[in-house]
Structure formats: C-alpha cells, structure tokens
Design a protein around this ligand. Structure first.
Ligand code: PLP
Length: 386
C-alpha cells in the first residue's frame, strides 16, 4: 500500500484537479482505483521488528486518515494537515496548544461553539479572550495585548457573513508576533485559501462542505509550516485521541472529490436567491457578500473566487414573521448545519437559546444543489402575505 504523495506546495494544479488527485490511492495489493478501507487498529512489524509502512496503531496513524490529511494540506496549500473527529475537536486542539495566561481574540460574530469553548472550558485553564469585530483590522490592532497569542478569524462570519481582510489582518498580526487561525469552513479551499494570504493555520469543520452530504462529522487543522505549533497540535491529536475513524476519513475524502463542482453551483444558486430576496418587500435585509450593497463585497471579491453558498436574511417584522416564513417553506429543511446538497434554513436565535446574539428576525440559509428557480418559487410562495 502506497499513498499517492503529491507535492504539497506550491499549488501547481487547479483546485478541481487537486481534489481528485489528492484523494487517489495507489493500491499495490489490488490496484483498486478507489481507496480500500483500513479498519485495522493495529499494524504488523516485520522480522526486523520494523514497521514496513510506518503505521503502528490507528490513533497515531491510519492509511485512510493519512490520505485525508494529505489531501487537505494540498488543497489549502499547507505543509501539514491534521484530521479530527469534529470541527470542535480541531478548534479545541488550537486552544490546548496555548498556555495559562494567554489571550485569544475571537470574532464578535463567529460559529457559536468557538467562543463557548473559551468561555465554558478554557477559562478554567486560564485562557482569556476578547470578542472583536474582526472585519475591522483597526479593532483587532487595538485589542492585541502583550499576552495575545492567537487571532481567530472566520470569514464570511456566522451568521452575519461579515468579511475579514485576511491579507491585512495576517500581516498586522505577524508584525505583532500573533498567530492567525482562520476557520475556512464556509468558504472552503475552493473559494478561499487563507494560508496563501498569510494566515498561519486553517481550521475546518469537514462535517460541512468537505464531507458535503450531511452524513459524516469531522474537523481539520492545516498548518502553513511544519513547525513547533504543528508538532504540538499533532501531539494533542494523537495523545488526546479525538481522531476520525477510518470510515469517516474515507467518507470525507470521497466528499472532497466533488467539492469544487458542488461549491461553485451552491454559490451560483445562493447569488440568485440573495438577489431575489434583496428585492422582496417582506425582507428587511440580506447578508451576502455577493451583493454590491453588502459591506464585505469589495474584500470578498479580492480574496474569494465566489461569495459562497451561505446567506442570512432579516425578515421584516420580527421573530414571528421569520418563523412563519421558515414554517411555510416546502423545499428547505428546517435544520441546523450547512454545506450539504439539500437546502437548509435555520432560525439561529432559537437554535442558540437565551444567550444568543443572533438578531431575532434572522434566518440562516445553506443553499443546496436543487434548481435555483425551484428554490426561488418556494421562497416566493412562503413570503406571500397571510
Ligand atoms: C459546524 C461548524 C463548526 C463546528 O464543527 P463541528 O464539526 O460541528 O464540531 C465550526 N465552525 C463553523 C464555521 C461551523 O460551521
């Protein structure tokens, strides 16, 4: 069994090709085109007591996980990737690499679970954090303290789709000796490659677009350099053990093969939905960086290939009108999560509960691969006056 080892940097092929090539496998046993599934938790030594393929025990390495990690590193243009059992396990690994007394800056608008980890788990281990509008580089600069170690970015942000200028923020953090970590879950490496814009680490919930079919949970960290931080994170991964199973790794690798076509079509559909909704009198505001009126439009145009498949709408009236719209839709599943082939709609304030900062009239939409005109017709019927 030999993994196809593609050169990982620079990006010498286009993302579609990388997505297919990096998930291929050279199987010397049967010459299978698709990767076999290695369920074995343990690997045999030879007579000389060596590990002939370098695999020892599946918590430390597994062929299916190694293939996924090598694909992720190649796609993001990184030196090394680590796969985890969930996005939260990947995020937690970054915080576990820090020391008591360290300070982290997180976006004021971020995936709900990210600041919650800092608040509910890591405050007991002495990590401090501030929430900052990371779409304003000046606000980040002012919030950096001598003990600040990480600026966490998420762009477009969740659920307001605010856009952070990755190149500007990465440069300013580098000058101040602070690491930048970018949650690239919403953009995917097809639309945005933060490491090539100067960020140090990319984080993914591979549960979303990379898996792509709402049927597997996973996370990843991709490092620009294979230095002390990456090695410490690898130790947390294999010692802590929050690794994806061989089958989960296989499923995410399979999802990656179609990532480029899915994400581009989802983005094209989202653009059409955003334009329809922005012109509708029952909609107060659409948050989507593909609309020229959006505050993130100019930066998104510069750093993203396309604005992506996620959007949020603020329904005129309030929470009651928003829930009424969600309730009347027939093609959109009323469910959390994102990045699958089916369109999902969610009232974030209900999902997050009483501590939510999400506007009460906001619905977040993950635009799927249905025909855009069918989705628009469904929205139009649901928006008709009562
Ligand atoms: C879902 C999500 C996460 C958390 O990932 P899990 O796989 O659910 O643990 C983190 N960041 C973003 C942007 C997400 O959408």
């Amino acid at each position: 069994m030999i993994l196809k080892n593609l050169p990982q940097r620079p990006l010498f092929m286009r993302p579609e090709t990388i997505a297919i090539q990096s998930t291929r496998f050279t199987d010397t046993n049967a010459a299978s085109v698709v990767a076999p599934l290695y369920l074995s938790t343990t690997f045999e030594r030879n007579e000389e007591y060596e590990l002939p393929h370098g695999f020892l025990y599946t918590r430390a390495h597994n062929p299916n996980r190694q293939q996924l990690e090598s694909a992720l590193a190649t796609l993001e243009g990184g030196a090394l990737a680590l796969a985890f059992s969930s996005g939260q396990a990947a995020t937690m690994t970054v915080f576990q690499c820090l020391q008591p007394g360290d300070h982290v800056i997180v976006p004021d608008d971020a995936y709900y679970g990210t600041p919650l980890l800092l608040q509910d788990l890591f405050s007991r281990w002495g990590l401090h954090f501030s929430r900052v509008d990371t779409s304003q580089a000046e606000a980040i600069s002012q919030a950096i303290r001598p003990e600040t170690k990480v600026v966490w970015l998420e762009t477009p942000s969740n659920p307001l789709l605010k856009v952070a200028d990755l190149e500007v923020v990465a440069r300013l953090c580098r000058e101040r000796g602070v690491l930048t970590v970018c949650d690239n879950t919403w953009a995917t490496p097809i639309l945005q490659r933060p490491l090539l814009l100067g960020c140090d680490v990319v984080m993914h919930s591979t549960t979303k677009y990379l898996g792509g079919h709402s049927d597997v949970l996973g996370g990843a960290l991709v490092f620009r350099e294979d230095g002390p931080l990456a090695q410490r994170a690898r130790m947390v991964q294999t010692l802590g053990g929050a690794v994806p199973s061989p089958f989960d790794s296989w499923m995410i690798s399979r999802g990656i093969k179609t990532l480029a076509v899915r994400v581009r079509q989802q983005s094209a559909n989202a653009q059409q939905l955003a334009e329809f909704l922005a012109a509708h009198p029952a909609i107060e505001r659409v948050h989507y960086p593909g609309l020229p009126s959006d505050p993130g439009y100019a930066v998104a145009r510069r750093q993203m290939e396309l604005p992506g498949g996620m959007l949020s709408v603020r329904v005129a009236g309030g929470a009651v009108e928003a829930l009424r719209l969600a309730g009347r839709l027939r093609l959109f599943a009323r469910a959390t999560s994102l990045g699958g082939v089916e369109s999902l709609i969610e009232h974030r304030a209900s999902a997050e509960g009483p501590t939510s900062q999400s506007p009460p009239n906001l619905l977040r939409v993950s635009v799927g691969l249905e025909h855009a005109e069918d989705l628009i017709a469904d929205l139009a019927q649901a928006l008709e006056p009562a």
